[in-house]
Design a protein. Structure first.
Length: 197
């Protein structure tokens, strides 16, 4: 079978439902959605409410954390209801990711507006003054986007390898008990669905 036939067969079998069934795809969808929401919130807090940039980043990050947790817990990882332990772990993971993000977001404006960046845009055909003005206008949104790129890898690792990691057969840690009965364990919905197949 030729390789182009294999690609065609895979494309023919592709469905949006099966694509979005993967936790990594759902995790990225939520992350990208909240990145799109976070930038306008930052600019609103910074430019309209005139809060300091550091305070604006902290407020926007906490809002995003509180709104993302239930979506990740239920839609991405399939738990029927959130737990305090996972919320605490998610906050700790997001705090460490936030530290990475804050350092980068507060360092990048100087890098974005540096002479090197102006020279790069000038080499691409913009006049130096136009390039400097453009970078000055976009320094904070660009800094936020670049900082997000740095913290995403750490966030992915903590989410998939710590908070919602798959428990191995030799794991001493048991999932939390459900309130309906002492014998029923809390398991991801996806895991219970796969047991029926």
């Amino acid at each position: 079978m030729r390789s182009d036939s294999v690609v065609f067969v895979k494309l023919k079998k592709f469905s949006l439902k099966s694509f979005t069934a993967h936790p990594m795809v759902r995790w990225w969808a939520i992350g990208l959605f909240f990145t799109g929401i976070n930038i306008p919130i930052l600019l609103l807090l910074d430019e309209i409410f005139k809060l300091p940039w550091l305070l604006s980043t902290l407020i926007a990050a906490e809002l995003a954390t509180l709104l993302r947790f239930p979506l990740n817990d239920r839609w991405v990882f399939g738990y029927p209801r959130p737990s305090w332990k996972r919320l605490w772990q998610y906050h700790a993971a997001n705090f460490s990711s936030l530290v990475i993000w804050l350092i980068a977001a507060n360092l990048f404006p100087a890098i974005v507006t540096s002479q090197m960046s102006v020279n790069l845009l000038s080499a691409m055909g913009l006049e130096s003054q136009t390039a400097a003005a453009l970078l000055a206008k976009l320094e904070k949104p660009l800094a936020a986007i670049l900082a997000t790129c740095f913290s995403v890898g750490w966030s992915m690792a903590t989410n998939f390898l710590w908070i919602w990691r798959k428990k191995g057969p030799n794991s001493n840690e048991k999932p939390a008990m459900r309130s309906r009965g002492s014998a029923a364990r809390e398991e991801p919905i996806a895991a219970r669905a796969s047991d029926r197949d």
